[in-house]
Write a protein of this length. Sequence first.
Length: 169
Amino acid sequence: MKKSIIGAAMLTSLVVFISAAYAVGEDYKPVQQTPETQTVFVTGVSQANGTLTLTTDAIDWYEGTEADRVFLEREPDSGLDATPDGYYIVNDDEQAKAYPVDPKAEVLMQIYDHTGNIEELDTNWNETITLDKFASIFPNSDILDLSQFPYHLTITDGVVTKIVQQYIP
């Protein structure tokens, strides 16, 4: 009896997880890439003399069939026919680069710790937050480490004018 209850609970959890993953996929829209867009990992956020600076590590971000193509070229012995999650990251050059951020920069997040409670983490597509809020939540990695997500930066004349967190399934 106990095994049946545990099995039923596990099956229910699996169905809920798969349903939630499917629902997330329906709402997702890739970030539109422009010549001013640079995809990066943000490795640090600092403030000095009234200027916020992002320390970054540039990456190549691929999705869909392009991700599958690059994955198969770079991982021919993986035993897989495609990327496991529909995206692929190439980080051949881990050189850090710092960018100042425009104080009026737009910040769009997909998921972050709103409450300090892991059970309340939820995806909110392109949720606008202030630059000050981004600077305050970025170093807090207790619930969710924001440095583990790629970000699409719009850089105009060497200054970040837009920050978009990339959702990773």
